[in-house]
Design a protein around this ligand. Structure first.
Ligand SMILES: *[C@@H]1O[C@H](CO)[C@@H](O)[C@H](O)[C@H]1NC(C)=O
Ligand SMILES: *[C@@H]1O[C@H](CO)[C@@H](O)[C@H](O)[C@H]1NC(C)=O
Ligand SMILES: *[C@@H]1O[C@H](CO)[C@@H](O)[C@H](O)[C@H]1NC(C)=O
Length: 874
């Protein structure tokens, strides 16, 4: 938000009392002649501006208006609300919902105590924002998002906002909130009827208990349930699986405050809770000048909460829609037969594991029935993020556990009460495992199976033996041809002599069957025998070449020299990790080649090479190409790539060496994270690990990692913060300094330095001073963040966004990992779903790089300038 005329006026008023008077008279007389029925294009109400029926104010960009309306288009019952400019009858927020003003005598202004007030003709207050303000200098602004915000003019603090008290409409950037600690909730509430904005029976909000879900309630009873949030989608909605739900976020920030929202988009989108309890998502269609319905819920009787009662399952495609889960029978068969399913079902045979007497062995006699494509029941409890087999054993051993399910991001889900609101989807959903007595599971077929199984098993065994024998013979004969075929497919054009291929024993870990193999010859041909002219860069592990396959496809070939630091372990690690990952912000591995001593990786080619060239290489012709918009896009892209690594991919991955030379840019300057050779894959249940071998690049490494080898997703967040600062300032983070400069920077203040046996004078030459970090912190605290920004990209209109980036980056580089936000929070801050940012703590500016167990000769450790051009353009 830059300096618009409105802001300019605000600033001026703020600065000078005399000007204030003048400006207001000017505004009043020239722009705002209410009696004549027209008003300024202003988005602000101040104490000196009275908005009278039928005046309006408009948000910047003219999307929303604030003014008076009547639902039935008469002038009898007047309400104040926010509505769309293109469709004035579409009201998104109402102030005086239960107190209409009869006739058109109403007016809005800011009261003496700094509240927004609505008054009738007799100057009685009909409605007020009703906050206790200490400030009298408050003004109300209609933001371009449709949010009406009351601000303290002197501090800029938000005192009240209409998005904190929504009516029946959910909009981009509005956040449904459930604060577990304070009980504060932000919910939508329906109108009583389409003509009456009074608070109706239905409400929609977030329930953060256990795993967060959104609900529509009818009074206190749940009416519709979205299913749990899995970090990407709400898994109880069939349609959620098929749409690309970009941008929907659920954030737990500050801790205990869950909020749900979508970022501001280009098109006009809203979700309205109508008076009969349906959530209806609509988009404005500029051609038809109408709202197109894109989604609504509940859509079917099955979507209505608990239609089939406890242990009943609803299937929209069957008739009747309700049935008892297998192993269960209707509680009241008479009512059930009549189509009254609310009573639900009960176990046909009791479980062996008595829920009241929790024996350690009893549970083992029960089993689980798998139901595929399900909407999971309500009241899921989140278990540890384990593998599905572990969910099973955890559930089996605990007699209270009557069902479990698994989602890759949520982990284990357990149920211990009744199972309610279960739905059978047609081809998406979760596998739900329900505990049943084993006799229910095996059924009658078991006895026959006892005879059949050995017979079948015997036959199968014989067949397998014959098959293996034939296979061995065939292999010996045709091994060569077979490999040829495969390589032919992988290399696409080159049939090859496979004799050189040595697949070593340590490759067993990686399933290379699924993975394209290139022959050495193919790659040598494509790079003109690894000619120097084709070299893109040279890193610690060996050179990277540009190659062109016979079909014209460009590739980047990373050749790990035999003498390179990277051993077989790292190599296989990289292959293993990257081959499992797919994300638009991660570089794509196309294949590999392992031949004799050669270890080669083949990546997609990135025409714009790596980010460091654009930021730090003064000779690069296109260095100034990255304007702020591109840079912000790069920051967000890297963040999304990291989020995928940390959270969304099947595995949890810590990159450990995030820096500009590891960020490649495609033709549209979209960032792609590369170089996973050092990435560490975590078991799902581990959040932090120690390593005796610190790999990474100083300056980007979080202190706890560099010093103690402790790494976690927070150490990647640290690197991301450093990277953000570099992108904003266009200065490299780590610089060697001469003694004097270091001293002056550090000021020899011991609090800056975090390792105990530190003596300022003797150790400084061996430290790397994070100059950029120091500058950012210093200028930020001097309120001079502007001076930190690279002047070639500075534009006044982006100033706030730039400052915000510095602020967020400083949050990422805080000393203690616990203080740093996780990457999903960082993204929410960047997209302004989280508006208010906490103040950052001071980072650490110096890192020692010659600790005994970390020497630069050690594998993977590289001082920043050495690795600058590494992997320059895969
Ligand atoms: C609410 O929305 C649903 C679904 O679009 C629709 O069937 C119903 O008629 C609407 N109710 C009202 C009162 O408009
Ligand atoms: C449905 O069945 C329940 C008992 O299972 C009963 O309490 C309720 O009155 C029944 N409702 C109707 C409409 O018959
Ligand atoms: C068993 O499960 C219940 C409900 O999930 C849980 O409250 C309880 O702590 C569990 N008991 C054990 C011993 O894990």
């Amino acid at each position: 938000m830059a300096f618009s005329p409105t802001n300019f006026f605000e600033l001026t008023m703020f600065n000078s009392q005399i000007l204030e008077l003048f400006v207001f008279q000017y505004l009043f007389i020239l722009l705002c002649l209410p009696r004549l029925g027209f008003c300024a294009e202003t988005d602000t109400i101040t104490r000196n501006l009275v908005l009278k029926d039928p005046d309006t104010i408009s948000s910047r960009g003219n999307v929303f208006k604030l003014g008076f309306f009547s639902p039935d288009n008469t002038t009898k019952n007047r309400y104040v609300g926010v509505f769309y400019n293109v469709s004035e009858s579409t009201v998104i927020w109402v102030a005086n919902r239960d107190k209409p003003i009869p006739g058109s005598s109403g007016s809005i202004t800011i009261s003496r105590d700094g509240n927004i007030v609505l008054m009738n003709g007799e100057s009685e207050i009909i409605w007020s924002s009703n906050v206790t303000t200490s400030s009298v200098d408050a003004s109300a602004h209609l933001l371009s998002t449709g949010n009406l915000v009351l601000r303290d003019d002197s501090s800029g603090r938000t005192l009240w906002e209409s998005f904190g008290h929504p009516s029946n409409t959910f909009l981009p950037t509005l956040r449904l909130i459930d604060n577990i600690n304070t009980g504060n909730k932000v919910v939508l509430s329906s109108w009583k009827t389409p003509m009456d904005p009074e608070v109706g029976n239905f409400s929609t909000g977030l329930q953060a208990l256990n795993i967060p879900q959104t609900f529509t309630w009818n009074g206190n009873r749940p009416y519709w349930r979205s299913g749990p949030w899995n970090g990407r989608i709400l898994i109880g909605g069939q349609e959620m699986y098929s749409v690309y739900t970009s941008g929907i976020t659920m954030v737990n920030y500050p801790p205990g405050t869950f909020s749900f929202g979508v970022p501001e988009g280009k098109s006009l989108m809203r979700v309205t809770l109508n008076s009969t309890g349906s959530l209806v998502e609509t988009m404005w269609n500029d051609h038809t000048k109408n709202w197109d319905t894109t989604w609504s819920g509940p859509q079917h009787e099955c979507d209505v909460y608990g239609t089939c009662g406890p242990f009943g399952s609803c299937n929209a495609l069957s008739s009747p829609i309700c049935s008892c889960l297998r192993g269960f029978e209707p509680k009241n068969s008479e009512e059930w037969g009549r189509g009254n399913w609310s009573g639900g079902c009960v176990w046909r045979k009791p479980l062996l594991c008595d829920r009241n007497i929790n024996t350690s062995s009893g549970g083992k006699e029960d089993g689980f029935l798998r139901l595929s494509y399900m909407k999971v029941p309500d009241f899921a409890e989140q278990g540890p993020p384990r593998m599905i087999e572990e969910c099973r054993s955890l559930c089996l051993l605990n007699c209270s556990c009557i069902a479990y399910a698994h989602d890759t991001t949520i982990g284990c889900m357990f149920w211990s009460q009744q199972l309610i609101d279960i739905q059978q989807f047609s081809n998406v959903g979760v596998d739900l495992y329900i505990r049943l007595a084993s006799s229910e599971l095996d059924g009658q077929k078991d006895k026959k199976l006892i005879i059949i199984i050995p017979v079948v098993a015997g036959l199968v065994a014989i067949l397998i033996c014959i098959f293996i024998y034939l296979l061995l013979i065939a292999r010996r004969k045709g091994a060569k041809e077979k490999l040829d075929t495969k390589l032919y497919e992988a290399g696409q054009t080159y049939p090859s002599d496979s004799a050189g291929i040595v697949i070593k024993d340590d490759m067993d870990k990686v399933n290379l069957e699924e993975f394209p193999l290139f022959t050495f010859e193919t790659l040598a041909n494509s790079t003109d025998k690894f000619h120097d002219d084709n070299m893109l860069g040279k890193g610690g592990f060996g050179p990277v070449y540009k190659g062109k396959l016979a079909d014209g496809k460009e590739i980047a070939v990373k050749r790990h020299s035999a003498a390179s630091g990277q051993g077989m372990e790292e190599f296989m690690n990289e292959v293993d990790v990257i081959s499992k990952l797919q994300h638009r912000n991660l570089v794509k591995l196309l294949g590999c080649c392992v031949e004799k001593e050669e270890k080669i990786l083949v990546y997609e080619y990135m025409p714009n090479k790596s980010l460091d060239l654009f930021l730090f290489d003064p000779s690069h012709p296109s260095q100034k190409i990255l304007d702020w918009k591109k840079r912000f896009n790069i920051i967000e892209g890297i963040g999304r790539g990291l989020l995928y690594l940390h959270r969304d991919s099947i595995l949890k991955i810590i990159h450990r060496d995030l820096k500009p030379s590891n960020v490649l840019l495609d033709e549209d300057y979209n960032p792609k994270i590369s170089d996973f050779g050092m990435a560490r894959i975590f078991g799902g249940n581990k959040d932090q690990a120690n390593t005796g071998r610190v790999v990474g690049t100083y300056g980007y490494m979080a202190p706890e990692y560099a010093m103690e080898g402790r790494f976690s997703e927070k150490s990647d967040v640290y690197s991301f913060g450093v990277l953000m600062l570099e992108i904003v300032s266009e200065k490299k983070n780590t610089n060697f300094h001469n003694h004097e400069l270091s001293l002056s920077l550090l000021g020899c203040v011991s609090q800056f330095v975090f390792f105990p046996p530190f003596s300022c004078v003797s150790n400084i030459p061996q430290d790397l001073i994070n100059d950029n970090l120091y500058q950012a912190w210093k200028l930020w605290n001097e309120d001079n963040g502007l001076a930190f920004i690279d002047q070639t990209i500075y534009k006044a209109e982006f100033q706030r966004e730039m400052m915000r980036c510095i602020h967020i980056a400083l949050l990422c580089v805080q000393e203690f990992p616990n203080n740093r936000p996780i990457i999903s929070t960082v993204l929410a801050m960047l997209s302004r779903e989280i508006v208010d940012l906490p103040s950052p703590e001071q980072p650490i500016f110096a890192e020692k790089w010659n600790r005994s167990h970390v020497t630069s000769s050690q594998m993977g450790v590289s001082i920043n300038n050495v690795t600058l051009t590494m992997l320059g353009g895969r």
